[in-house]
Design a binder for this molecule. Structure first.
Ligand SMILES: O=C(O)c1ccccc1NCC(=O)[C@H](O)[C@H](O)COP(=O)(O)O
Length: 203
């Protein structure tokens, strides 16, 4: 999210979480003050997530202090120990672009609260719109697994049916342009997820 109004709409429509991208490697990057404004606008029980990618520990500490997100989410080559040093719950994104060869890396983050399996290649930033083979989603990991990469209203039901994730995450599939959400795409996406929750299309 880059705009308070988009984040509010997502919350009103029933999103469980919203994210603000801090890392400079993103076309969706927001300044800390704007990230704080978005996070502060969220109602209770909507989880706020700050996205980072190989940023400095100093930057992470500034995010914790100034943005005050519920969760940190790391997208780079950070180790489990590095991510855990801040004493905050964190999600680790794992690039699944290389397919099954990426699976061993999912075991490298025992302290992560959850793992985000994303469709892009190793070393690339997220928000790529690239999907991976959902059937690779493992069922034997201790943490919740979040599915990301190339999702949109037209495929998220099938993605959930195949991958059975804890949650789904979307960026480009609900946008009019990078960082600017399209209200109709956002509504359609959440409706498609809710249809699965009700035992609809993807049951
Ligand atoms: O979205 C970005 O620009 C971004 C840049 C650097 C690191 C992570 C980033 N986003 C991570 C996300 O969680 C996206 O929502 C996820 O990659 C899915 O994106 P998309 O394939 O466009 O739905």
């Amino acid at each position: 999210m880059t705009r308070v109004e988009d984040a509010r709409l997502a919350a009103e429509l029933g999103a469980d979480a919203i994210g603000v991208v801090i890392t400079a490697r993103s076309k969706r990057r927001v300044e800390l003050a704007q990230a704080r404004a978005i996070v502060a606008a969220m109602p209770p029980f909507v989880t706020t997530v700050a996205l980072l990618m190989d940023d400095s520990a100093e930057t992470v500490r500034a995010v914790i202090e100034q943005v005050q997100p519920d969760l940190l989410q790391f997208h780079g080559n950070e180790s489990d120990a590095w991510c855990a040093q801040f004493g905050r719950p964190y999600l680790k994104a794992v690039a699944m672009g290389e397919g099954a060869a990426a699976l061993p890396r999912l075991r490298d983050y025992p302290r992560a609260s959850g793992l985000l399996l994303d469709g892009h290649g190793l070393g690339e930033p997220g928000g790529s719109g690239k999907a991976f083979d959902w059937s690779l989603m493992p069922a034997d990991l201790p943490q919740p697994l979040l599915l990301a990469g190339g999702l949109h209203a037209g495929n998220v039901g099938e993605a959930i049916r195949v991958a059975r994730p804890w949650a789904v995450d979307v960026a480009s599939g609900i946008e009019a342009s990078p960082g600017i959400k399209d209200p109709q795409r956002l509504k359609d996406f959440i409706a498609a997820v809710r249809a699965v929750d009700r035992g609809g299309a993807a049951s």
